[in-house]
Each structure stands twice: as structure tokens, then as C-alpha cells.
Design a protein around this ligand. Structure first.
Ligand code: XMP
Length: 515
């Protein structure tokens, strides 16, 4: 039968997908999640499945667009600065979790600053030093800020020279900055502002690594470094702000120190603030949005989580700039078994998407156990997907590697295997760390009503490799779907869902996903 396309097609129409329009989709997905469906391959139209050539652009919030629709979850075993940097370099974004002690805002701010500091376009406010300063002071400043080039200025912030790490290396005694700097007369500088492409041309022609930007009177306007320009080339899809810095988001709660925390993370440069609570369709959330909007002004506010049409409309009406969808699908989550509330993730996504159309972006949060589910999350409703367990155990996750003895089944030998911890943010461990309850008795901890798991996962390589694989698989999905881009695939899917959807039987699910 498989050899005869006519027979195959007609049998599929008869026994596979029903002819569903967008109106019927909501009924078709009732009670369903990712593994309930396959998508029907269509006539492929892309010449190549190369992620560099297929457009995967997605809206993260009203104000922020990503070239890749991937977001790393705000979990304390997943996203700190290293993970957020990789995500942003690869075109997605990371959300720094709020899993720090209540009132202890500094550590979260430090993670955000670390992301914002890694790369620049034009460094608008370079670190400066005066000519009379001693070399040991310059060394201290370099060590403290992690910056290898200081702009030497006079009292009116006019440029006098540049001082780099090389200039201060091995210098003893009482030498001053003026003794060691490259003076202004020997510098190549640019008057006014400049595009990065033009800056690169000048730096190549003049064989320089630093290009100070100055006003006509010599006042420092900024600094461009070759290192930053190289990073821009190396990561052409990176998610950057208007200054060329990587973008990063930060999570806050809806009670306790949330207002203060939000103000501080915004000050540190967070590009979006995620109000992250388990039940986002609530009066607690309503109050939090109101207060945060008042305090933060125009910052992009992401609110969640919800899993129903009413929940999504509720957040839309209260002015959320993106909505996080998912109650209970997460791998580290026990909400559904503990409370019996939740909505299967595909149904949740379709409900929310239908309720709000494209008035605000949706983040499909949780439940992605295999790369094939990515395209489903993005078709059924997600503009982007948020991933936690998919990145668990990678080099970029926080936490120590622990060696555990494991019995190898074939050889019956015990070997020591490296593991890292992955835990739900509502697990006892995560809640205890956040609430400073280290000394609490076990009984007290049980009454916290944990809704999360803590597990050890084998340590593995870089999250970058996982992201590259995901993007390749997503591009293959676009190709199988007969589309030219992710946006195109989404349009095709929603205009004719019945053309794509096959609801699986138990047997076809086994055939598809069990290996
Ligand atoms: P995955 O499946 O990618 O999901 O690991 C990540 C998402 O899971 C959610 N999350 C939790 N949900 N209790 C919950 O009910 C928890 O302890 C918990 N921790 C994380 C969260 O939405 C995350 O983005």
C-alpha cells in the first residue's frame, strides 16, 4: 500500500485525520498533548534545511523579537548567566530565575550584569582613569571590572590616551598611567557615532583593536573593540539590545520582595521581567502586574503561568506583554498529581491562542521531552518555547558535578558517573533554599506543600550542541511541513489544521515514539 500514493492518501483521509478547520481544532485537541499527534508531511519547498537559511524568527514579547524561538527556563538548576549567554548568542533568550534568598537581590543582579557585560556593540560608557593615577590602581580597576582597556581622560572626560592590560603587565614601582598609556596623538579615533560595519572597516584598514569615539572637543562618546566585533560575526543570529549587548530576562515573584527585585533587575539591564507564579490567573497576579507597571514603566512584562482561554484573556486585559502557558507539563513538576489541576499542554496552547489571537506573544512553557515536540508547541500556540529539563545536566547549568556509582548492565561493573541536580522550582529543596529554611525540621518542610521533583541527571556537554540539534530538527520540520519559514508553516497549519494533524492511536504512538 505504501507504494501507491493514491491509496495511501485516501486511506489516511478516511482513517487518519478528520477534515478539521480552525474552529474544530479546539475539540480535536481536547485532553491532548504532544505525543497525541503526528504531522502529515507535505510537498517540501525549501532547497536546504540549513538553520542559517530558514527563517525561525519569533516574537518573545511585544517589544522583543528573537531569531530563534528558544527560551531557557527560569529555574535555579537551569538558567544563570552562562546559560543565558549561550541562549542569547544562539538567537534565543534566557530567563534568570528568582531562586535566590528572599531579600537577597544582589546575586540575581550579578547574573544579569554578567550577561549584559559579556559583549557590546559600542561601549557607551567605557571605564576611565586619570593620567596621574598609579599603575597598580589601573590594575585594580581592570581586575575589579574585568575590563582590559581603560580610556584615559582629563577632568572634563576628554580623551588623553588608552591604557591596556599589555601596558601595565610587569610594571613595578610608582609608574603612572601617563607613563604607560598610548597617548591621544598616536590613537586612531573617530569623531561622532559610527555603524559597526564602518568601524570594522576602519579597524581593519588601520590594523587597530580599539576605536574610541569622541566628540569634536575630545569628550569620550564610546569605545568599539575588535573582540566585540568578532563576537558579532561569530553569532549572527544573537539576541542583542540597541547597544549590541546580549539580551536577558529576569524572573520575579508576585509577593514579598518582588517590587524591589524588579526595580533592581531592570536597573541591571534586564530586557524583560517575568512575573512567575504557579497560578497566574489570580488576584495576586493582578495586583502584581498593577504595581510592577507603576514602578517599572514601559519594561516588557511577561506574566504566567496560565493554561486556559480565560487565564490568557485575563493577563492580556491586564497588560501583559507576553504570556507564559503551561500548568503542570514540566518535567520537574508534580502539580497535576498533587492537586489534580492542569491542562494537557497542547490543549492549553490552542485554548490560549484562540482566546487572544496574536495580540500578544505566547511562551509554550514546559513538557518538551523530544525535539519533535518543538514544532508542535510552536504550531499549536507558542510563539516561543521555554525549556528546562532539555538543558539539564549541561555545562552551562549552575551547580556542582557529583560522581555517583552506577552499575553498568552489560559489564556488571560499577563506574563513577558525573551527575548534576535538576529540580522543580517548587520542589522542597528549591523552596527551602529560597526561604532560608536550611535548619527547618523535616516535618516543617513537608508542610510547604512541594509541587516539584528533584532528580540527578547525567552531566553532559554544552547546551550549545543541544540548541544546534533542536534548530536543525525544527528546520527539518519546516521542510516536511511544506513551508518556507516557521511563520509560513504556522499560517499554513492554522488555515488548514486538518491537512496536518493525525491523532494517534496507542499503537501508532508506540510505533512513532518508543524506541
Ligand atoms: P520542562 O519540561 O522543560 O519544563 O522541564 C520547564 C518548566 O517547568 C515548570 N516548573 C515547575 N512546575 N512545579 C511546577 O508545577 C515545579 O516545581 C516546577 N519547576 C519548574 C516551569 O514552568 C518551567 O519553565
Amino acid at each position: 500500500m505504501a507504494d501507491d500514493p493514491e491509496v495511501e492518501l485516501s486511506s489516511r483521509c478516511a482513517y487518519g485525520t478528520a477534515a478539521v478547520g480552525a474552529m474544530d481544532l479546539i475539540h480535536l485537541v481536547r485532553g491532548c498533548t504532544f505525543d497525541d499527534f503526528l504531522l502529515v508531511p507535505q510537498l517540501g519547498v525549501v532547497p536546504s534545511r540549513d538553520p542559517a537559511r530558514i527563517d525561525l524568527t519569533a516574537r518573545f514579547t511585544r517589544g522583543i523579537t528573537l531569531r530563534r524561538p528558544l527560551v531557557s527556563a527560569n529555574m535555579d538548576t537551569i538558567t544563570r548567566a552562562s546559560m543565558a549567554i549561550v541562549l542569547a548568542e544562539e538567537g534565543g533568550i534566557g530567563v534568570i530565575d528568582r531562586g535566590f534568598r528572599a531579600g537577597d537581590i544582589g546575586p540575581q543582579v550579578a547574573e544579569i550584569s554578567a550577561v549584559k557585560r559579556t559583549q557590546h556593540g559600542i561601549v557607551a560608557d567605557p571605564h576611565t582613569i586619570g593620567e596621574p593615577a598609579r599603575i597598580f590602581e589601573a590594575r585594580h580597576l581592570m581586575a575589579r571590572t574585568g575590563v582590559g582597556t581603560l580610556v584615559v581622560v582629563d577632568g572634563a572626560r576628554r580623551i588623553r590616551g588608552l591604557l591596556t592590560e599589555r601596558d601595565v603587565r610587569f610594571v613595578q614601582g610608582g609608574a603612572t598611567v601617563a607613563d604607560r598609556m598610548t597617548p591621544r596623538e598616536q590613537l586612531v579615533m573617530h569623531e561622532g557615532t559610527i555603524s559597526l560595519a564602518d568601524a570594522e572597516r576602519i579597524m581593519t584598514e588601520r590594523k587597530i583593536k580599539k576605536l574610541p569615539l569622541v566628540a569634536a572637543d575630545g569628550t569620550v562618546l564610546g569605545l568599539i573593540t575588535a573582540k566585540d566585533l568578532l563576537k558579532h560575526r561569530e553569532h549572527p543570529f544573537a539576541t542583542r539590545d540597541d547597544h549590541g549587548r546580549l539580551r536577558v530576562a529576569a524572573a520575579v515573584g508576585a509577593t514579598g520582595d518582588f517590587l524591589e527585585r524588579a526595580v533592581e533587575v531592570q536597573r541591571a539591564g534586564a530586557d524583560a521581567v517575568v512575573i512567575d507564579i504557579a497560578h497566574g490567573h489570580s488576584t495576586v497576579m493582578e495586583r502584581a502586574i498593577e504595581q510592577l507597571r507603576q514602578r517599572l514603566g514601559a519594561v516588557d512584562l511577561i506574566a504566567g503561568n496560565v493554561a486556559t482561554a480565560d487565564g490568557a484573556r485575563f493577563l492580556l486585559d491586564r497588560g501583559a506583554d507576553a504570556i507564559k502557558v503551561g500548568i503542570g507539563p514540566g518535567a520537574g513538576c508534580t502539580t497535576r498529581s498533587a492537586t489534580n489541576f492542569g491542562v494537557p499542554q497542547v490543549e492549553a496552547l490552542v485554548q490560549c491562542r484562540r482566546a487572544i489571537a496574536d495580540r500578544v506573544p505566547l511562551i509554550a512553557d514546559g513538557g518538551l521531552r523530544r525535539d519533535g515536540s518543538l514544532v508542535e508547541a510552536l504550531l499549536f500556540g507558542g510563539d516561543t518555547v521555554m525549556l528546562g529539563s532539555a538543558f539539564a545536566g549541561t555545562e552551562e547549568t549552575p551547580g556542582e558535578i557529583v560522581l555517583k556509582a552506577v552499575l553498568m548492565p552489560e559489564s556488571q561493573k560499577i563506574v563513577r558517573v558525573p551527575f548534576k541536580v535538576f529540580r522543580g522550582m517548587a520542589s522542597i529543596g528549591a523552596v527551602r533554599d529560597r526561604l532560608d529554611l536550611e535548619d527547618a525540621a523535616p516535618g516543617e518542610l513537608e508542610t510547604l506543600g512541594a509541587e516539584g521533583l528533584e532528580v540527578s541527571v547525567p552531566a553532559r556537554g554544552s547546551a550549545r550542541t543541544i540548541i544546534h540539534d533542536m534548530l536543525k530538527h525544527l528546520c527539518s520540520s519546516v521542510s516536511y511541513g511544506g513551508a518556507e519559514s516557521l511563520g509560513d508553516l504556522r499560517e499554513r497549519f492554522w488555515s488548514e489544521p486538518g491537512r496536518y494533524l493525525i491523532r494517534l492511536s496507542e499503537a501508532s504512538r508506540r510505533e512513532s515514539f518508543e524506541r
